[in-house]
Write a protein of this length. Structure first.
Lengths: 255, 420
């Protein structure tokens, strides 16, 4: 597995897209922090990068990469290696390179400019989001053999999690304004990894406002240590479940 | 001739002074209380002293129940003697004018809701001074009723009760006038400082921290001035109600967190002036409800959830030259009616430009965001804050205001923050 991982890593490096991605992220976040007069505004720009750009790049790059490695995968399958090893190596290689790009590009300015705890939470959630969207990309790759369709599914999923989901939740708020739906909302937010990350960061950035009416509920749930462990294990679940399904399918797939 | 006559008058004057002095008690006596001192009990010493005398209490532990001071004397502790109320008695009851109390440690006064027992209770008196005492675990700390011209200065007042109903107020004043409350520290009581019908008083340099309900709470207390006080992390912040002509300057309101916690809650106040105050990390910096004719200028609102909530029931409130930085929402309201004015404030969320370089933004600033209106009606929606959808909604509303009130506007936003 280590050897396959090495091949994948070298291949991604040769690709240069990940390097360009790193530089882009670094440019964005350094300029965000140095152009704004206070670091909290810079943080908001970085927050948008974490919540929108990182998932999009992760999901698109991984989908296209997996489709393009089809021949490589077929070649490997003909060798005496376990199928699951191939798939896992591919997944780990992609995740590692994207996470490294994110940590170098965004993590370093975050640690320099933002306060320690907030920076750490943002780095952690951005890294997890990268991996989650790699897993989602793997799932959409395996669902269909058609490349255009697969990429389409990936983009739709990103669109859903990044934009549509919030719209739906907002709609629910208005429809059920007369009911005590706070707890339902807490449950709902677990259904989108991007939302979960956003709330974790929100609890750090807007702590005063979150301590208000419903804040107490959210803060109690997400803010304390148990909540933090719970949220991060939910995010881990968002990695494991899609990847597990894709792995199961890959094992039985007729290449 | 003239000089001689002047001399004679001076002698006559001195004779008069001597006669009056020997008649009354102008050379005050001192009684000492302590284990090896003439008096063992404070009450006995007080009983024996005459007006103007001083009772010195030396270091020790005194359990004498209720001590009544009914003549103008000074009671001074040497080495912080402890007076314990055994959770049954009011400790010092002051029932005379011009009493001076200093350097005592008063603790464990009785808890009685019927007669509101306090460590020091002043009844209908004038010119009483309570200075430099330590008050620990009392029901009420210092309680003044029908009192005038009293000074409460540099006391340390701390309680450790856990529930509101078990605890009284740190400094409680009722129907009093011309008080000076200076440099006290009040921790862990129900309300730090509580005024009802207290007028023309000054409250200066006090610290009220970690109190169970309010740091400062007053009603019907007109014409008072609050300078350089510090209120932090009180259960519900500071709440002031039904009062006219209040001046608040250079106070700090910090970290009052919770749904019903406010940096300051202004309910039904009018003709007030706020300047140089700092509202830092509160859920709501100031909450104005039913208030009118209030000027707030050169205050700092930083890192609050809501910098200011201005209910539609307010009128003629002027918000000028304040700094709003790093608040989640700068301003929120609950209606469309706006009878208040904003001008020349610095808003860090302002995105306009200043072409003529006069340091005043050329485009008006609308401090009310659409999402703040949504959250006002639907608080759980707060969970969606900073999501792409919400940012999009807010931006489109900023470009084309349709739902938020058009009159909620600062036409001359400052481009640079004020130095406060």
């Amino acid at each position: 597995m280590i050897r396959i991982l090495k091949y994948v890593a070298i291949d991604i490096l040769k690709n240069k897209i990940v390097i360009a991605y790193t530089i882009m992220l670094a440019l964005f976040s350094w300029s965000a922090f140095s152009l704004e007069d206070n670091s909290s505004k810079g943080l908001l720009t970085v927050l948008n990068i974490v919540l929108l750009t990182v998932p999009l790049v992760s999901v698109l790059f991984s989908t296209i990469y997996v489709y393009n490695s089809n021949e490589f995968i077929e070649l490997l399958v003909s060798h005496p290696v376990k199928r699951s090893m191939i798939w896992k190596a591919l997944f780990i290689g992609l995740s590692l390179s994207l996470v490294t790009a994110y940590v170098i590009g965004v993590g370093i300015p975050l640690l320099i400019f933002a306060d320690w705890a907030t920076g750490l939470i943002m780095i952690l959630s951005g890294a997890l989001l990268s991996v989650i969207f790699v897993a989602i990309a793997f799932l959409s790759c395996i669902v269909t053999r058609d490349k255009a369709k697969g990429i389409g599914v990936s983009i739709m999923l990103w669109l859903y999690f990044a934009l549509l989901f919030d719209g739906l939740v907002l709609f629910l708020f208005f429809q059920f304004a007369d009911y005590p739906i706070e707890k339902v909302v807490v449950f709902l937010s677990a259904l989108s990894p991007i939302d979960l990350c956003r709330i974790l960061i929100l609890l750090r950035l807007d702590v005063s406002a979150m301590m208000g009416y419903t804040g107490a509920i959210f803060k109690n749930f997400f803010g304390n240590n148990i909540g933090l462990v719970f949220s991060f294990s939910l995010l881990a679940l968002w990695i494991i479940v899609p990847f597990f399904f894709s792995l199961r399918k890959f094992k039985k797939k007729d290449l | 001739m003239n000089i001689k006559e002047g001399h004679r008058y001076r002698i006559l004057w001195w004779v008069l002074v001597c006669i009056t002095a020997s008649g009354s008690n102008i050379w005050a006596a001192a009684s000492w209380v302590g284990n090896d001192k003439p008096y063992r009990s404070i009450q006995a010493a007080v009983h024996a002293s005459l007006r103007g005398d001083t009772v010195y209490i030396t270091k020790g532990f005194y359990k004498e129940g209720n001590i009544i001071i009914d003549k103008p004397i000074a009671v001074i502790g040497i080495g912080k003697p402890v007076l314990d109320g055994e959770l049954k008695h009011e400790i010092l009851s002051v029932k005379a004018d011009s009493v001076y109390i200093k350097g005592l440690q008063l603790q464990n006064c009785g808890r009685a809701v019927m007669n509101d027992q306090a460590a020091v209770k002043v009844y209908d008196s004038k010119n009483v001074v309570v200075e430099g005492n330590t008050l620990l675990d009392n029901f009420f700390g210092i309680y003044l009723q029908y009192s005038k011209h009293c000074i409460i200065k540099n006391n340390f007042v701390k309680a450790t009760q856990e529930k509101e109903y078990q605890s009284g107020n740190g400094i409680h004043c009722w129907k009093s006038d011309s008080l000076q409350i200076i440099g006290n520290r009040i921790l862990g009581h129900r309300d730090g400082i509580y005024f009802e019908f207290v007028t023309e008083s000054v409250i200066w340099r006090n610290i009220a921290k970690n109190n169970l309900r309010y740091g400062l709470h007053f009603m019907f207390s007109h014409k008072n001035a609050y300078f350089t006080n510090y209120f932090k992390n009180n259960g519900a912040g500071v709440a002031v109600m039904f009062t006219k002509k209040v001046v608040m300057m250079n106070n700090t309101f910090e970290e009052n967190w919770g749904d019903a916690a406010y940096g300051v809650l202004f309910k039904e106040l009018s003709d007030c002036y706020l300047s140089g105050n700092k509202f830092y990390r509160n859920t709501t910096g100031i909450f104005f409800d039913g208030s009118s004719r209030i000027t707030a200028e050169r205050n700092l609102f930083a890192a609050n959830g809501w910098g200011m909530r201005l209910q539609a029931s307010c009128m003629d409130i002027v918000i000028a030259q304040n700094n709003f930085t790093g608040n989640t929402f700068d301003v929120a309201t609950n209606g469309t009616l706006t009878l208040n004015k904003f001008y020349e404030n610095y808003w860090d969320k302002y995105e306009g430009y200043d072409i003529d370089k006069d340091k005043v933004g050329d485009v008006p600033y609308h401090p009310l965001s659409l999402f703040s209106m949504i959250v006002e009606k639907n608080p759980p929606a707060m969970l969606l804050y900073r999501s792409f959808m919400v940012t999009l909604l807010d931006k489109s509303e900023k470009v084309l205001p349709s739902l938020t009130s058009d009159e909620f506007v600062d036409k001359k936003p400052s481009m640079i923050p004020y130095t406060l």
